[in-house]
Design a protein around this ligand. Structure first.
Ligand code: SF4
Ligand code: SF4
Length: 341
């Protein structure tokens, strides 16, 4: 474990920028989100969790897959430098591992068919993730429901703890270890530093609400598919899709062609199962025409289907869907209601 004095942080970010396309929390168009930074001054760490999740660094809101005309197809070049992300929270670092099960070549699937999304792979494949521990979790955070916590290092390459006057950094992956070996201006963390980090971690855990046991959730959901619970659960949802768009693990998309006079581009854009036309078929039939069917789909996908397919819940407990929902639909209450049914 190494110790980087805060005085040396500017230097550290400059060195990182020389090697990587660096993303960090920024304020952009009035929104707190991850953005590509060109200096340490661009970083805005005023909020614990960014409003938009960092998934869009690797899975952009809209991206051109290729352009075409009568001469053929051209695929856009990827990033010139590998991506490094500073300031990601542990829940978000874990969400990338979940998305990698969907888009990454090593993702395990029940049918064993390997699919690798090259657009995801070229960004996430050689990225370097710095996950910064949460010292003061928010009231909307419930990562502890998923056997995680505010000082969980899973999903990171380098795990960072802010101990006030310095950052402690610990390598989690081989990539992280390599990076830390060459890091200038740092020294070894002392036993006193480590003890301080342990106390901070304990305090952070104590700030979280009581953990709900999710052991029976998948089975419960399977038995509730046709039950009236979805009427009450979905009653106030206005199907705005904000929960899906800000969610770090939602990953539905649409593919559209924008073309004119034989030239065009194929674009991938985010979509959401909460939108009424998401499942509308060419015939006009819509298998999920009702709001309750769409809310049920989102809950079933996260806490049942993904568990069956990939062995874990598709939720990190980041709480963004709770903060952003205009009608205060709290996913924790939905889960509790399901478990109590
Ligand atoms: S943010 Fe709230 S109202 Fe909007 S789709 Fe999600 S649950 Fe429904
Ligand atoms: S469902 Fe809500 S709490 Fe879970 S990962 Fe998505 S935004 Fe976060």
């Amino acid at each position: 474990m190494i110790r980087l004095e805060k005085d040396g942080f500017k230097n550290f970010i400059e060195e990182l920028i020389a090697e990587y396309a660096v993303f960090a929390p920024v304020m952009k168009d009035g929104k707190h989100m991850f953005g590509n930074i060109s200096s340490v001054e661009d970083i805005d760490s005023s909020r614990l969790n960014t409003e938009m999740s960092p998934k869009e660094i690797f899975f952009p809101h809209s991206e051109v897959l290729f352009e075409y005309d009568e001469d053929g197809i051209r695929v856009a070049d990827g990033e010139k430098k590998p991506i490094a992300v500073w300031g990601m929270r542990g829940c978000d670092a874990r969400s990338l591992r979940m998305l990698d099960k969907v888009f990454g070549g090593d993702g395990e699937r029940p049918d064993n068919i390997k699919f690798e999304d090259p657009y995801w792979e070229r960004r996430y494949g050689d990225s370097l993730i710095f996950s910064v521990a949460c010292n003061e979790p928010l009231s909307t955070c419930f990562c502890n429901w998923f056997d995680s916590g505010p000082h969980d290092s899973a999903g990171a390459d380098i795990f960072v703890v802010d101990i006030g006057d310095a950052f402690l950094m610990d390598a989690v992956s081989g990539k992280g270890e390599e990076f830390l070996k060459g890091l200038s201006g740092s020294g070894k963390a002392s036993e006193k530093d480590k003890k301080k980090a342990a106390v901070i971690a304990e305090e952070a855990v104590s700030l979280l609400g009581k953990k709900t046991d999710l052991g029976e959730l998948n089975d419960k959901l399977k038995g509730l598919f046709h039950k009236p619970i979805w009427d009450s659960v979905s009653a106030k949802c206005v199907n705005c899709g904000a929960c899906s768009f800000t969610c770090s693990t939602c990953h539905c998309f649409d593919i559209q062609d924008e073309s004119r006079k034989g030239r065009g581009k194929r674009v991938r854009i985010w979509d959401a199962c909460m939108f009424p036309i998401f499942t509308k078929e060419a015939s006009g039939h819509n298998p999920r025409s009702l709001s309750k069917e769409r809310v049920r789909q989102r809950v079933m996908h996260k806490y049942s289907y993904f568990v069956d397919n990939h062995g874990e819940f598709l939720c990190t407990g980041c709480g963004r869907c709770i903060s952003v929902c205009p009608v205060n639909l709290d996913i924790r209450e939905v889960i509790r209601e399901v478990l109590a049914s």
